[in-house]
Design a protein around this ligand. Structure first.
Ligand code: THU
Length: 138
């Protein structure tokens, strides 16, 4: 697959994945989000000797976006997977909720391996009947 914004997201996520700190799982992940102003923000997973303290790539990409002053996600791309293993690196449940905070239901979520796109979903298909800011009157 090609075309903007997919290409920009893929390149940013792959560059972040190359810097992942994943000594415990040996499962590097990169993520990138497209913000409403057209900027792309990326993150990688950052593990920790105290395992539960590790952070997902998506969480760090979202943190970078918010730190840059953006609070709306138009698209998400995640890259993960070991060579020769074509299982999907889908966002974990907690990260689906993190995306939900800033993205509309129709936002595309590109699920990739190092070679390219493996599956395209939306936030709504990954997290149906979700709870978000509107539920609190936001
Ligand atoms: N991981 C992510 O960063 N994002 C995902 O979408 C799935 C899993 C990380 C967490 C942990 O560092 C490693 O992958 C193995 O679970």
């Amino acid at each position: 697959m090609s075309g903007d914004p997919y290409d920009r997201l893929f390149q940013a996520a792959e560059a972040a994945r190359a810097r992942a700190y994943a000594p415990y799982s040996a499962f590097p992940v990169g993520a990138a989000v497209l913000a409403a102003d057209g900027t792309v923000h990326a993150g990688c997973n950052v593990e920790n000797a105290a395992y539960p303290v590790g952070q997902c790539a998506e969480a760090n990409a979202i943190g970078a976006m918010v730190g840059a002053g953006q609070v709306r996600i138009e698209a998400v791309l995640v890259i993960g997977g070991r060579p020769g293993d074509d299982t999907l690196c889908t966002p974990c449940g907690a990260c689906r909720q993190r995306i939900r905070e800033f993205a509309p239901p129709e936002a595309p979520v590109y699920i990739c391996g190092p070679e390219g796109l493996r599956r395209q979903e939306t936030l709504a298909t990954l997290l149906p009947l979700s709870f978000g800011p509107e539920n609190l009157g936001g």
